[in-house]
Design a binder for this molecule. Structure first.
Ligand SMILES: Nc1ncnc2c1ncn2[C@@H]1O[C@H](COP(=O)(O)OP(=O)(O)OP(=O)(O)O)[C@@H](O)[C@H]1O
Ligand SMILES: [Mg+2]
Length: 475
C-alpha cells in the first residue's frame, strides 16, 4: 500500500491529534481530581479537629487523662489520628500512642502555625508512625487564649492509593477510548476519501475515451461540485467530438459530391474533344454540334464552381465577422429579384405576381437576400409547367418578416422535404440536371437566411405546388 495515499496522509495526523487531546484531558482531569481530593481530605481533617475541640471544650474536667481518652474515643472507627498538644509542645492526648512517651511537638510546623492562631497544614514523614502523613492543626481557645492545639492526621498513602487506582482507571479508559477513536477515524477517513477514489476512476474512464460515463458521487459539497463539473466537461467534450465528426462527414460528403458533379461534364468534354480530334472535325456539322455540347458542359462546370465559391464566401464571411445588415425596403428588393427572373419566366410564359406593402422595411443585407429570393423564384419557374403563376409575398407581424414564394408546379414528395436544403441534393437528378440545376440553390438560400438569423421552410404537395417561406426575426 503506497504511503502517498491520502488515507495514510490523513489518518496518522488525525490519530495523533486525537490521542494528544485525549492524553491532555486525562492529565488535566487527574490533576484536577488530585487537587480536589487533597482539599477534601484537608477539610475533613480540619472538620474532625473542630469536632474534637468542641468535645474537649464541652467536657468540664480539663485533665490530661480525659483529653487522651477523648482522643482515643473520637478516633475509633476512623483512619484518622487525633493529637492534642499544649502551647509548650507537650503532647497531652493521642489516639494511637501514650502521650507521655511522645516527644515535644512545639517545632512541628503545623503546630507552630496553629499556635499563632491559624489553621496549620503539613505533609511529611512521621517518625512516630513511620509513614507519610498529612496533618491539619487548629488552635483551641480558652478565655481568649490558645490553650491547646488539636491536630488530626491521616496517612498520605491512603490519598495516593486512591489516586493511583484512579490513574489506572483513567488510563484504561483512555486506552479503550483511543482504540475506539482510532477505529472511528479510520472509518471516517475512508468515507472522506471514497468519493475521491470514485472521481479518480471516472477521470480514468474519461481519459480512456468513455465520455458517456457519468460520475455518481455522494459526499461533501466540494466533492459533489467537482464531480458535476467533470460530468459537464465530459458532456461538453462528447458534444464537441460529435460535432467535429459530423463536420468531417459533411466535408467528406461534400468533396465526393463536388467530384461527382464535375466528373459528368468533364467526361463529356473529354469524350467529345477526343471524338473531334479523331476525325469528327472533318464533318463540319457534327463538329459544330459537338463543340456546342462541349461549351454547354463547360458552362455547367463554370456554374457549379461559381455557386460553390458563392456558398463558401457567405460561409467564410459569416464565420469571421457579422455580415452588415441595413434597414432596407423589402418591396424594392423583391422587385429587383423578380426583374432578374423575368426573362426565364417569360420563356415559359409564367407570370410573377408580387404582393408587398410599399412601406415594409427590415434589417437585411439586400444583395444577399435578393440572391436568396432569386434562387427560390428560379426553382418555382424551373419546376412549374408552362403558363403557370408564381406568387411572391411579403408580410410583417409581431413575430417578424415573412417572405414566401409559391408556385403551382410539380411539388416535392414528403420524404425529400427535409433534405432539399442540403448541397447537391436533388429530388430527381436527371430532370434537375436537364434543367441545368446543380442542387446548390437551396443550400445558398439556407445560408443567406441563417446570416439574417432567420429560418427557411417549405410546404409542398406533389402535383399541386410548393411554397417556400423565409422568416426573419422581429427586431
Ligand atoms: N419549387 C420547387 N418545386 C419542386 N421542386 C423543387 C422546387 N424547389 C426545389 N425543388 C427540388 O429541390 C431540389 C434542390 O433545389 P436547388 O435549388 O437546391 O437545386 P437545383 O434547382 O436542382 O439546382 P440549382 O443549384 O441550379 O438551383 C431541386 O433539384 C428540386 O428537386
Ligand atoms: Mg435551384
Amino acid at each position: 500500500m503506497s504511503r502517498k495515499r491520502l488515507l495514510w496522509q490523513l489518518y496518522p495526523s488525525y490519530l495523533a491529534i486525537t490521542l494528544l487531546a485525549l492524553v491532555a484531558i486525562a492529565i488535566y482531569s487527574s490533576n484536577a481530581f488530585k487537587q480536589l481530593f487533597y482539599e477534601q481530605t484537608l477539610s475533613e481533617l480540619t472538620h474532625s479537629a473542630r469536632l474534637v475541640s468542641q468535645i474537649i471544650l464541652g467536657s468540664n474536667a480539663w485533665s490530661e487523662k480525659t483529653i487522651d481518652a477523648i482522643c482515643k474515643q473520637a478516633a475509633q472507627n476512623s483512619s484518622k489520628r487525633i493529637t492534642v498538644i499544649l502551647p509548650d509542645g507537650v503532647v497531652i492526648g493521642d489516639s494511637e500512642e501514650d502521650p507521655g512517651l511522645m516527644e515535644n511537638h512545639a517545632e512541628r510546623p503545623e503546630v507552630s502555625e496553629a499556635l499563632e492562631g491559624s489553621v496549620g497544614i503539613a505533609t511529611r514523614h512521621s517518625r512516630t508512625l513511620g509513614k507519610d502523613m498529612t496533618y491539619a492543626a487548629i488552635p483551641l481557645y480558652k478565655n481568649d487564649k490558645v490553650a491547646a492545639v488539636v491536630r488530626t492526621s491521616m496517612p498520605t498513602r491512603s490519598l495516593s492509593e486512591v489516586m493511583s487506582s484512579l490513574y489506572a482507571g483513567i488510563a484504561l479508559e483512555a486506552v479503550l477510548l483511543a482504540i475506539l477513536v482510532a477505529a472511528m477515524l479510520l472509518v471516517i477517513s475512508r468515507k472522506i476519501i471514497k468519493p475521491l477514489e470514485k472521481i479518480r476512476i471516472g477521470a480514468r474512464k474519461f481519459l480512456e475515451g468513455d465520455l458517456s460515463y457519468r460520475l455518481r458521487v455522494h459526499g461533501s459539497d466540494e466533492v459533489k461540485a467537482l464531480a458535476t463539473t467533470m460530468n459537464q466537461m465530459a458532456a461538453e467534450l462528447q458534444e464537441r467530438i460529435e460535432r467535429l465528426k459530423q463536420m468531417e462527414n459533411t466535408r467528406r460528403e461534400f468533396v465526393a459530391n463536388v467530384s461527382h458533379e464535375l466528373k459528368t461534364p468533364i467526361t463529356s468534354i473529354k469524350g467529345f474533344a477526343e471524338t473531334l480530334r479523331d476525325g469528327a472535325l472533318d464533318d463540319p456539322s457534327r463538329a459544330k454540334q459537338f463543340l456546342e455540347i462541349i461549351a454547354s458542359h463547360a458552362e455547367r462546370i463554370s456554374n457549379i464552381i461559381e455557386d460553390l465559391l458563392h456558398l463558401s464566401r457567405i460561409e467564410q464571411v459569416h464565420e469571421v465577422q457579422q455580415i452588415p445588415l441595413e434597414r432596407s425596403a423589402i418591396r424594392e428588393m423583391l422587385e429587383s429579384a423578380i426583374l432578374m427572373c423575368e426573362t426565364k419566366a417569360s420563356e415559359k410564359k409564367i407570370t410573377l405576381e408580387l404582393s408587398c406593402d410599399a412601406g415594409l422595411t427590415a434589417l437585411i443585407n439586400p444583395a444577399l437576400l435578393e440572391q436568396a429570393v432569386v434562387n427560390l423564384i428560379d426553382n418555382a419557374i424551373k419546376y412549374s409547367a408552362e403558363g403557370g403563376k408564381v406568387f411572391i409575398e411579403a408580410k410583417d407581424d409581431a413575430s417578424g418578416m415573412r417572405i414566401s414564394v409559391r408556385d403551382s408546379g410539380v411539388g416535392i414528395p414528403q420524404e425529400h422535404l427535409s433534405r432539399i436544403f442540403e448541397r447537391f441534393y436533388r429530388v430527381d437528378k436527371g430532370r434537375s440536371r436537364k434543367l441545368g440545376g446543380t442542387g446548390l440553390g437551396l443550400a445558398i438560400v439556407k445560408h443567406i437566411v441563417a446570416v439574417h438569423n432567420g429560418h427557411v421552410s417549405v410546404e409542398s404537395t406533389v402535383g399541386q405546388g410548393s411554397k417556400f417561406t423565409i422568416r426573419l426575426p422581429a427586431e
